[in-house]
Design a protein around this ligand. Sequence first.
Ligand code: DQA
Length: 142
Amino acid sequence: MDMKKILVINGVNLNMLGIREPNLYGNVTLDGICDMMSKFAEGKLDLTFKQSNYEGEIVEMIQQAYNVYDGIIINAGAYTHTSIAILDALKAVNIPTVEVHLTDVQNREEFRKKSYISIVAKQTIAGKGAEGYIDALKYFLD
Ligand code: DQA
């Protein structure tokens, strides 16, 4: 059987992992997370990694995933809480999506409790740090 193709999208400010608020996000870098995921997925899932700080660029990544990818793993960063455009793009392509957050967004500031992505996500994984991305991969292996 062919391996599922999974697009891993990291959004705004996630390129700053390792530098950004380590008390919250830890010391792991985005490259470190991608390496962990690649090692876990080897021979099981075909992964593509993308990162952008621009909302429209993330919308385009999702649009271009249509008919190409079998699944999306997304941590949209702060756009999670604001972007109806990313939600609509996910609805448009209708690709099974798992939402990841390093931190437990339900137990931080009030404004982080709302996630537009949760409206379409098959699963939301939050508060497990980098390990949450591995759990997201497991979703696509079941
Ligand atoms: C985040 C949580 C968001 O609220 C925040 O804006 C981020 C990172 C997380 O991974 O915990 O940039 O998505």
